[in-house]
Write a protein that binds this ligand. Structure first.
Ligand code: SF4
Ligand code: SF4
Length: 176
């Protein structure tokens, strides 16, 4: 009967309304109340150091190349011992879309995303972060990785002495 099905539909509709009225509210009274994001939440970017305290960034430009909005720029430099670093390193957070591609591309784990989402500013120019704003004292998410202990670049140890590195091939031994 159409009348009975109409009444059932109305009761079902009110049932849904009642169910939502009795649920706990999900609104958070920000900024008095702060939401704790998940550890892998992607927000403010930092540059980290290796366990020896050295800058992890080797200024390879991979993060800059991977960035879809071109908001990372830097200038590479080299120390006397051959170790590379970024003379300056800049991220324009007013353009960043927090996609995490820079962190994925980084071979040294230097650039990492953090869950710190409170980086709003009144002046847009304050969202341009320089190296001194980005570089932290700690290792971030991996406190044991040191690129130069694996890379075989011969900066902190002779070539072939890295943890997962084979001795360099003597090309003369390959000659017929
Ligand atoms: S998170 Fe994405 S948009 Fe932001 S700097 Fe990294 S690659 Fe660029
Ligand atoms: S942060 Fe990583 S990917 Fe970017 S330049 Fe430095 S080492 Fe290369």
């Amino acid at each position: 009967m159409p009348l009975i099905s109409d009444i059932k539909a109305i009761i079902a509709g009110f049932g849904v309304t009642l169910h939502h009225m009795l649920r706990r509210p999900v609104t958070i009274q920000y900024p008095e109340e702060k939401r704790v994001p998940y550890p892998r939440f992607r927000a403010r970017i930092v540059l980290t150091r290796d366990p020896d305290g050295g800058e992890r960034c080797v200024a390879c430009y991979l993060c800059s190349a991977a960035c879809p909005v071109d908001c990372i720029s830097m200038q590479a430099a080299e120390r006397d011992d051959g170790r590379r670093y970024a003379a300056w390193f800049r991220i324009n957070f007013s353009r960043c879309i927090f996609c995490g591609l820079c962190a994925e591309a980084c071979p040294t784990l230097a650039i990492q995303m953090t869950p710190d989402y409170e980086i709003c500013k009144r002046d847009i120019m304050d969202l341009v972060y320089e190296k001194e704003d980005l570089l932290i004292d700690g290792c971030g998410k991996d406190n044991s990785y040191n690129f130069y202990h694996h890379a075989g670049i011969g900066v902190t140890q002779p070539r072939g002495a890295g943890l997962e590195e084979r001795l360099p091939v003597d090309v003369r031994s390959l000659l017929p």
